[in-house]
Design a protein around this ligand. Structure first.
Ligand code: NAD
Length: 487
């Protein structure tokens, strides 16, 4: 059986490359190649820039309300095609259908809808300066590049294109080479909704194509989602042409469970923040600090629920709630971290092995894994694993646990469970993280800005302020009286 070959999406249609080079994409749950994708060669790259230039000219000339109307059509199509698009995400990522069906497309559509609504409301300022005055205009940047990770491919494409397009920019988007199809589907939907050709282009490939985007002087901004190490390379390359950057990077986020917390709720948060999307979520609370008075109760309930309530298997089965990791290589990396945890003396409470479920025997599954009695200097506690591996640590003093939670170069997210309202806010205010939850974990609505402190990121996505990251301010001074000149 031959598999489909997808071309790059440029100027409103698929465009064949000249080298004929392609790469294969596998379904992580079956280890089978499901389609091939053409790599963006020099011909495609040049065409993408020309296309985006033309797209920008047409799109930025429209009024914000015209753009808004078109983007809202795209939102409606995304929602209509929810199931078809969710299936694409399941086959590309290996995540459970029961998640993709209600989260991936929905949260992507929400963000485009949010920015489509905001764009017509973005205003400049006007101020008198004596008899003269100035006013400001919010103008789009031009061509923006988006580079995506593989864990939420369609959602990331929506989160980057939503504010960029609402503000009047053109976009060249490069999805992860592991999960290239969602962005193509989005490109088709934008065209169907009436977004002019050239406004949203998709180029395909791995690091080399990403590097080309970050170095290209025609591109004004790069919004990147991925690993910290890659983010540093992207930022260094973008500096060559002084591009604006947004960086959504990795994390090693703490969850603090105090002894007055609702322990069952805290266990729910810990499981969601470690096993949802089989642990491949940047904000995951992979360091769980539990007060010594509730430590035993917490780990007893955690063990029972982890062993009884998790169903791994064919991700398209609606009962399955633990999918396959993205690749064989990633599965090996995660298993390597588990070995390290054991070697360095952490106690394995449950899990720890690769899984081969009957309904998906060749998939890259890893058992939901919990380490207890962890120490702060263990590798599993310090490094992002990006798999279903939780580390539980004990604490007994508030100031001490805050200091331990902050003792990392990362700062993406953090959470606190306590019924003491003053402690909840006091502690959260001291945690060095950009996305925080109190008695909750993981929700990320379109309205709420998200991004990292320290090496977890630069800039924010979502929320009102993001529109400012996709526009630039032009100040215009208006003279109302004769110029006073010594010349
Ligand atoms: P990655 O850094 O390996 O790749 C991300 C993207 O960068 C891919 O599209 C890849 O092709 C591209 N790329 C690779 N090298 C490049 C280079 N030199 N120049 C330009 N582009 C290059 O990350 P990943 O493995 O795809 O994703 C997992 C990581 O993403 C984790 O660290 C996770 O925490 C992070 N992540 C962060 C967020 C967030 O919002 N903060 C969200 C999702 C994932």
């Amino acid at each position: 059986m031959t598999t489909p070959v997808y071309e790059n999406f440029i100027n409103g249609h698929f465009l064949k490359n000249q080298t004929g080079d392609t790469f294969a994409v596998k379904n992580p749950a079956t280890d089978e190649v499901i389609y091939h994708v053409e790599i963006a060669d020099e011909f495609i790259q040049n065409a993408a820039i020309e296309s985006a230039k033309q797209g920008f000219a047409a799109w930025s000339a429209m009024t914000p309300i015209e753009r808004s109307r078109i983007l809202l059509k795209a939102v409606a199509i995304l929602r209509e095609r929810n199931d078809e698009l969710a299936k694409v995400e399941v086959l590309d990522t290996g995540k459970p259908w029961q998640e993709a069906e209600c989260v991936d497309v929905e949260t992507g559509a929400d963000v485009i809808e949010y920015f489509a609504g905001l764009a017509p409301a973005q205003v400049g300022q006007q101020q008198m300066v004596g008899n003269d005055f100035y006013y400001t205009r919010k103008e789009p940047l031009g061509i923006c590049a988006g580079i995506g990770a593989w864990n939420y491919p369609l959602q990331i494409a929506c989160w980057k294109s939503g504010p960029a397009l609402a503000a009047g920019n053109a976009v060249i988007f490069k999805p992860s080479e592991e999960t290239p199809l969602g962005a193509i589907k989005l490109a088709e939907i934008f065209i169907e909704a009436g977004v002019p050709a050239g406004v949203f282009n998709v180029v395909q490939g791995a690091a080399e194509v990403g590097q080309w985007l970050t170095a290209n002087p025609n591109i004004e901004k790069v919004s990147f989602t991925g690993e910290v190490g890659t983010g540093k390379k992207v930022m260094a390359s973008a500096a060559g042409s002084l591009k604006d950057v947004t960086m959504e990077l990795g994390g090693k986020s703490p969850l603090l469970v105090f002894d007055d917390a609702d322990v069952s709720q805290a266990v729910s948060a810990a499981m969601l923040g470690n096993f949802y999307t089989q642990g491949e979520i940047c904000t995951n609370c992979t360091r769980i600090y539990v007060h010594k008075n509730v430590y035993q109760q917490f780990i007893d309930e955690l063990k029972t629920r982890t062993e009884q309530n998790i169903i791994a298997g064919d991700p398209m089965d609606p009962e399955v709630n633990l999918g396959a990791l993205i690749s064989k290589k990633h599965q090996e990396l995660v298993l390597g971290y588990i070995d390290k945890g054991i070697q360095e003396g952490a106690t394995l409470l449950t899990g720890g092995k690769a899984l081969s479920p009957a309904s998906a025997p060749n998939g890259y599954f890893v058992e939901p894994t919990v380490f207890v009695d962890c120490k702060d200097d263990m590798t599993i506690v310090k490094e992002e694993i990006f798999g279903p591996v939780m580390s539980v640590l004990v604490f007994d003093d508030e100031d001490d646990v805050i200091q331990r939670a902050n003792d990392t170069h990362l700062g993406l997210a953090a959470g606190v469970f306590t019924k003491d309202i003053q402690r909840a806010h006091r502690v959260i205010h001291q945690l060095q993280a950009g996305i925080c939850w109190i008695n909750s974990y993981g929700n990320s609505p379109a309205e709420m800005p998200v991004g990292g402190y320290k090496q977890s990121g630069v800039g924010r996505e979502n929320g009102i302020e993001t529109l400012d990251h996709y526009t630039q301010t032009k100040s215009i001074y208006v003279g109302m009286s004769n110029i006073e000149s010594p010349f």
